[in-house]
Design a protein around this ligand. Structure first.
Ligand SMILES: Cc1cc2nc3c(=O)[nH]c(=O)nc-3n(C[C@H](O)[C@H](O)[C@H](O)COP(=O)(O)OP(=O)(O)OC[C@H]3O[C@@H](n4cnc5c(N)ncnc54)[C@H](O)[C@@H]3O)c2cc1C
Length: 537
């Protein structure tokens, strides 16, 4: 825990950061470390935004929203000393795909064991699996380079920009011919089409393709979803590529570690303090006004909120160029995901004939066939939640007993699809929330028939709830879709991908900026470093 207050110590700061999400906190830490006076202003009673741990039922800690971590930048952990501030990542050991009436497919950390599992369904797939992993690993090293620097600016003739593009092209040059073609296919194909060039068997195909749709409003057969697969090969924990893990104590511990780092460098954080608007005088941001009317001045205002909320709610269209407003309105949020968190009296029985529960220690994906996942998308396309959704489940208490009382467990189910815009209207979500939660539990029940007997408490979160709780527009988990037309120099919009905005002294630092959503810390870090080198603060 950190001790926070709801009133700032003074009335003026070098920088005010709106929103205490993990990116806002990382940004605050870097600016404070550089000697700036910094205030973070968070509307909720706790910091973390979409990365929080909450004790919704006594003794059970839910990672309310985000639940696994992989892309958090290792250099940020080192530079901000986050381990000293309590960050601990527990690597995930397995990926399990249950199939009703079967042993399902488990992919283990041990590659021999994984090959044997896949061979049950296809010898050919088993023999290609490692080769595929190696190719994706090489491609992800290229992508990793992009997420660790500011986005290139292809329209600029500035020599520095041209050199950056040249450096990137040189990385591409290191690929052999086959890998270059693979890269182009990855950027353009659907997850299923891309994977079908390698593999043939179900459940392997939907199990792997499923990671291409997380947080998108696309189906596994929609072009553009293959690229998202790469994110799942980019993870890095303690130098090991492709590793996903749990944050000990829940994902909120990541945010708390960032907050503690920021405080240790002298930043201030206030909570229960919702910002009403940014004060703009003659095209320059000069401070913020809270909903309670308090007015706080700043040399620079930095928004950790999504682009839509920042510009259309905090700034106002009248302060911005028309073309910029048009682009921000076109920026796609389209929330498509929900979450069901369960407090369990015991571990449910997965009825797969597998001994013990080692195979349940990683993520459990409910995606028994390609058609199953595509059908789940069909319902969402026409404004309904999936009756049989794609689920990505974790039971973190198996790896981290601190999140549940002894012998008891927490289960988190990430749900795709739950469209924000129901055909009856987004505001009908409160009436449909229970039915949505039941559809998720019915789906789990097909693999774990006694799940209902184990439930002590359930928390059902629709995209409408995500928006209400965190401010994420339309409940989009990444502050805007991670589709190719909204990435790199196009995030959030063309010509404004470098954390600056058309308002002088207003900057951005959240997931709506390059390199995008997920627990990375990268937008916060890159924004702070850009401001410090370009005199932004
Ligand atoms: C359900 C869900 C599951 C996810 N799962 C994963 C996962 O497993 N792994 C992963 O890597 N990523 C996951 N993500 C994505 C990831 O959590 C986000 O991309 C990331 O946390 C966003 O961080 P941020 O700091 O950019 O913004 P946010 O977390 O959105 O922070 C913005 C902050 O601003 C505050 N705020 C809003 N309005 C105001 C206001 N008016 N005044 C003051 N403060 C305000 C909010 O309360 C919030 O704290 C998930 C997200 C969700 C919602």
């Amino acid at each position: 825990m950190i001790k926070t207050v709801s009133k700032p110590k003074t009335s003026s700061y070098d920088a005010i950061i709106i929103g205490g999400g993990h990116n806002g906190l990382v940004c605050a830490a870097y600016l404070a470390k550089a000697g700036k006076s910094v205030l973070v202003v968070e509307k909720r009673p706790l910091v973390g935004g979409a990365a929080v741990s909450e004790e919704i039922v006594p003794g059970f800690t839910f990672s309310t929203f985000s639940y696994v971590v992989s892309l958090f930048r290792p250099h940020i952990i080192r530079q901000l000393d986050l381990v000293k501030h309590g960050l601990q990542i527990i690597p995930m050991e397995t990926t399990y795909n249950p199939i009703p009436g079967d042993r399902g497919l488990v992919r283990w950390a041990d590659s021999e064991r994984t090959r044997d599992e896949i061979a049950r369904f296809s010898q050919r797939d088993a023999s290609l699996y490692s080769e595929f992993g190696l190719a994706m690993g090489r491609l992800s090293r290229f992508a990793k380079n992009i997420i660790d620097t500011t986005a290139p600016e292809p329209a600029s003739l500035n020599p520095k920009e041209l050199f950056k593009l040249f450096k990137m092209a040189r990385l591409f040059k290191d690929f052999d011919g086959k890998l270059r073609y693979l890269n182009v296919k990855l950027m353009t194909m659907s997850a299923v089409d891309f994977l079908q060039e390698w593999f043939e068997s179900e459940p392997l195909l939907p199990a792997m393709a499923g990671s291409g749709i997380i947080g998108t409003f696309l189906g596994i057969r929609s072009p553009g979803t293959a690229y998202v697969l790469l994110h799942h090969y980019m993870g890095e924990i303690d130098g090991a590529f492709r590793a996903w893990g749990f944050s000990k104590g829940g994902t909120g511990q990541i945010s708390l570690a960032c907050a503690k780092a920021a405080l240790s460098f002298g930043a201030e954080i206030i909570t229960d303090a919702a910002v009403d608007h940014i004060d703009i005088k003659k095209g320059r941001a000069s401070g913020i006004v809270l909903e309670n009317g308090d007015d706080i001045r700043a040399g620079t205002v930095i928004s950790g909120l999504d682009p839509n909320r920042t510009f259309l709610k905090m700034v106002g269209e009248h302060e911005l160029p028309d073309d910029f407003v048009t682009q921000i309105k076109r920026y796609k949020n389209r929330g498509s995901s929900g979450k069901v968190n369960l407090a369990l009296s015991r571990l449910p029985n997965f009825k797969d004939g597998r001994p013990g529960h080692h195979h349940l220690k990683g993520d459990i994906t409910i995606a028994p066939s390609i058609d199953y996942v595509e059908r789940a998308y069909d319902e969402a396309k026409y404004g309904a939640f999936s009756r049989r959704p794609f689920l990505n489940i974790v039971i973190p208490s198996l790896s981290d007993p601190s999140v549940a009382p002894p012998g008891k467990h927490v289960l988190s189910a990430f749900v795709q699809y739950a469209p924000y815009n129901l055909k009856e209207g987004a505001d009908k979500w409160p009436e449909q929330r229970d039915a949505f939660g039941n559809a998720v539990i019915d789906t789990i029940e097909e693999c774990a028939p006694d799940i209902r007997d184990c439930i002590i408490h359930k928390q059902v979160i629709s995209p409408w709830d995500i928006e209400k709780m965190t401010g994420l527009t339309e409940g989009n988990i990444f502050q805007g879709e991670l589709s190719l037309e909204q990435l790199a120099f196009l995030r959030p919009v063309a010509e404004w991908s470098r954390y600056r905005t058309p308002i002088h002294k207003l900057w951005m630092c959240g997931s709506g900026t390059h390199p995008g959503g997920g627990l990375m810390g990268a937008p916060g870090e890159l924004a702070a470093k850009t401001m410090l080198t370009e005199g932004g603060v």
